[in-house]
Design a protein around this ligand. Structure first.
Ligand code: ADP
Length: 293
């Protein structure tokens, strides 16, 4: 019996060694501890667990690889349009257009617009990369949401007036609505949501912001009575580069990254964001933030 046990143990030892030497993410230490046991009856279980972890790790790596390819593909696709536009305008100017007063200034203005577009794509990409790599640390402070929204309204006022859209509060805010969050990032969230309400709004429409007290958190609601979205689109709107109507989004200077940045920011705060929408009627985004103590 002893000889048999020793025989089996000698055969199994190299398997242990192999398993121990392959680190599986952060579980390495935990597994190494487990394998210090020499109880042969545990071997099958341990090896099975190891195999399962390996399969999961491979699936995760494959997903990451697919995501990376998709991401790079999307980025180059987005950048191509403004680059080709710039190339076209500059070539026409070089080939004599520069002396034609009918087009020289116009083409330079269009070139500038394409450059602005490239800058906003690159800025959004930078934000999303930082958010996804967890590099971006949140800077929590207590601040008043009413004041912040007034600032957002001020910034968005010009665009709103152009489209005849009114920006207003949905709730009476006699007192400050104090939350504990990263002010700069929440400003980005509100700019995006209010901006979308304007971009996808209807002429003479409105964008409303309301605050509701939910015990430990504040619920923030940004709603518009614009073009809305079909129910089938809703699960995808927070995806990177997803756009319901590509040409409308581009026309409005959209990159398709806004809502995925918004979702990342809210989730980094350990809070949630939701969307409800009815095509041709309007859209409502709601998210929560921790109340200031
Ligand atoms: P974009 O830069 O295209 O605006 P977003 O990530 O902000 O990208 O939004 C993704 C898509 O969701 C938009 O292209 C638009 O089709 C749709 N969308 C977002 N907000 C609204 C809204 N308030 N009303 C209608 N559609 C919206």
């Amino acid at each position: 019996m002893f000889i048999l046990n020793k025989y089996i143990y000698d055969k199994i030892k190299p398997i242990y060694k192999t398993i121990r030497e392959v680190p599986i993410s952060s579980k390495k230490e935990k597994l190494a501890n487990k394998f210090s046991s020499t109880n042969i009856s545990d071997v099958q279980k341990e090896v099975e667990e190891w195999a399962k972890n390996q399969t999961m790790e491979i699936t995760r790596l494959k997903d990451l690889e697919r995501y990376r390819k998709e991401f790079v593909g999307n980025v180059s696709h987005e950048l191509k349009t403004p680059i080709f536009n710039i190339q076209g305008y500059v070539l026409t100017l070089l080939e004599g257009g520069i002396d034609d007063p009918k087009i020289n200034k116009l083409y330079l203005q269009r070139t500038e617009k394409s450059i602005d577009r490239m800058i906003s794509i690159v800025e959004d990409l930078e934000s999303i990369t930082k958010l996804e790599s967890g590099e971006l640390k949140l800077n929590f402070v207590d601040f008043d949401l009413v004041r912040l929204t007034e600032e957002v309204f001020e910034l968005a006022q010009m665009l709103a007036s152009e489209r005849n859209i009114t920006l207003q509060f949905a709730t009476k805010n006699d007192k400050p609505v104090m939350v504990h969050a990263d002010k700069k990032r929440i400003m980005e969230v509100m700019n995006n949501l209010v901006g979308n309400g304007i971009k996808y709004g209807k002429k003479k429409g409105n964008v409303k912001v309301g605050f509701y007290d939910l015990h430990e958190t504040i619920l923030i609601e940004v709603s518009d009575n614009g073009i809305g979205m079909d129910k089938s689109e809703l699960p995808r709107v927070f995806e990177r580069f997803y756009r319901v109507d590509k040409s409308r989004s581009r026309e409005q200077g959209g990159t398709g990254l806004g809502l995925s940045i918004v979702k990342h920011i809210i989730e980094a705060h350990d809070q949630t964001i939701n969307v409800k929408s009815i095509a041709d009627k309007g859209t409502t985004f709601t998210f929560t933030l921790e109340k200031a103590k």
